[in-house]
Design a protein around this ligand. Structure first.
Ligand SMILES: *[C@@H]1O[C@H](CO)[C@@H](O)[C@H](O)[C@H]1NC(C)=O
Ligand SMILES: *[C@@H]1O[C@H](CO)[C@@H](O)[C@H](O)[C@H]1NC(C)=O
Ligand SMILES: *[C@@H]1O[C@H](CO)[C@@H](O)[C@H](O)[C@H]1NC(C)=O
Ligand SMILES: *[C@@H]1O[C@H](CO)[C@@H](O)[C@H](O)[C@H]1NC(C)=O
Ligand SMILES: [Ca+2]
Ligand SMILES: [Ca+2]
Length: 363
């Protein structure tokens, strides 16, 4: 028979243990609740101008668990964003990176960051290269001239690369932020995990040169497709059979369309082909000109090789060309443009179906 005090002690200890366990469970529950709440608060804080939340900014818990390991391998980046509306100036700060993926044999990397704005890729900035580190502190700032309306349609891309002296620089990971969904009332400064680079933008799709001429009195828009160079090879043998499609879109709908001839087996075609469209002065203010380069295949579907659009919805280089045309009536203005991917142009333009047959003009 145990003495009475021993029984009491056992009971007391047991009770204490149960209490402790309960306390632990309680604390755990509370913490989780708090964490969730914090995430939610962040999301609300990031609600964009159009009321949409950038999903890319905050990863849901499930994604953290499922893809966490793959993401963590690339590392994360601390950046800041600020927009000065008066000076139409976007400032991107690249602060530091951490936990970067090792790309070199020695188990380290030589990171630097490339920054540009899509779809206007006229200016690309780079930080200094930091040798042999997986947690560089960059502390550099870059400014981009961009109007408020273009800003809301643009994406800022920050790509972390590993520098190599004797071979191609390799991308470690990237962050894409849709600027239309950011609350510009605050300076944004935050860490974000690097993602796998988007595939559609990695390659150079080549350039195209064309001239534009608008004659307001005659309501004529003339597009001369001059030439293209460094196009992507689409066929076996390392060439393509390029032709160029010239399309007009009005009110986000396909409107008029013409094509050049096909140039066989070349990546640097010369066309010098002219297309004239009837476009009134009222229509020219809101029309978009879509130029796309296609590879002709006799045995299968023709493929797009690259695309570009101009008009009042365009930005950067493309908007400049369009504005030059409008401010120099009757004079052809020629310019080179870098092609971008059809996916990207499609998603920016979001064209709907054809406009029903336009009223026939009596001639
Ligand atoms: C918000 O996002 C959804 C899906 O991403 C989209 O369908 C919707 O058009 C967006 N709304 C605005 C106002 O941009
Ligand atoms: C391009 O075409 C125009 C009109 O057809 C012609 O006058 C001009 O000489 C051509 N230019 C070249 C370089 O072939
Ligand atoms: C491919 O392009 C050629 C030339 O423009 C056109 O005649 C043909 O119909 C196109 N083929 C397909 C499948 O779209
Ligand atoms: C882009 O849109 C055009 C016409 O709307 C379509 O023919 C083409 O397949 C699209 N391209 C891509 C890559 O989505
Ligand atoms: Ca390296
Ligand atoms: Ca072909």
């Amino acid at each position: 028979m145990l003495p009475r005090w021993a029984i009491y002690t056992i009971f007391a200890c047991g009770g204490l243990l149960i209490l402790l366990i309960l306390l632990c469970i309680c604390i755990k529950c509370c913490c989780r609740g708090k964490k969730k709440k914090q995430k939610k608060d962040e999301q609300i804080g990031l609600k964009g101008v159009n009321g949409n939340t950038t999903t890319a900014l905050i990863q849901p818990d499930a994604a953290d668990m499922n893809y966490g390991s793959a993401k963590k391998q690339r590392g994360k980046l601390l950046y800041s964003l600020e927009y000065n509306a008066a000076q139409t100036e976007l400032t991107v700060g690249i602060k530091q990176a951490d936990n970067l993926k090792a790309m070199d044999l020695g188990g380290s990397s030589d990171p630097y960051v490339k920054i540009y704005i899509c779809p206007d890729k006229t200016k690309t900035c780079e930080t200094k290269v930091f040798r042999n580190t997986l947690k560089p502190v960059f502390n550099e700032q870059f400014t981009f001239q961009i109007t408020k309306s273009s800003l809301l349609k643009s994406t800022v891309v920050m790509q972390v690369f590993d520098f190599n002296r004797f071979s191609k620089h390799e991308i470690i990971g990237e962050i894409r932020l849709q600027l239309g969904s950011i609350d510009w009332n605050h300076v944004i400064e935050e860490w974000q995990d690097l993602a796998e680079p988007a595939k559609f933008e990695e390659e150079n799709l080549g350039e195209i040169c064309f001239s534009l001429r608008y004659v307001p009195t005659a309501n004529k828009l003339t597009v001369v497709i001059l030439e293209a160079k460094n196009l992507k090879s689409m066929d076996i043998g390392g060439t393509s059979d390029p032709y160029v499609k010239v399309q007009l879109a009005l009110d986000k709908r396909k409107w008029k369309k013409r094509k050049t001839s096909i140039k066989k087996k070349t990546l640097n075609p010369y066309y010098n082909e002219s297309f004239t469209f009837t476009v009134t002065f009222e229509q020219i203010q809101k029309v978009n000109l879509v130029i796309s380069v296609w590879d002709h295949d006799s045995m299968s579907r023709n493929d797009t090789m690259g695309k570009i659009f101009l008009g009042c919805d365009a930005t950067g280089n493309q908007l400049r060309h369009w504005a030059d045309m409008l401010s120099n009536p009757r004079r052809p203005v020629a310019q080179w443009h870098s092609l971008i991917s059809a996916e990207q142009v499609n998603s920016t333009l979001a064209l709907k179906k054809k406009i029903p047959i336009p009223n026939k003009m009596p001639f």
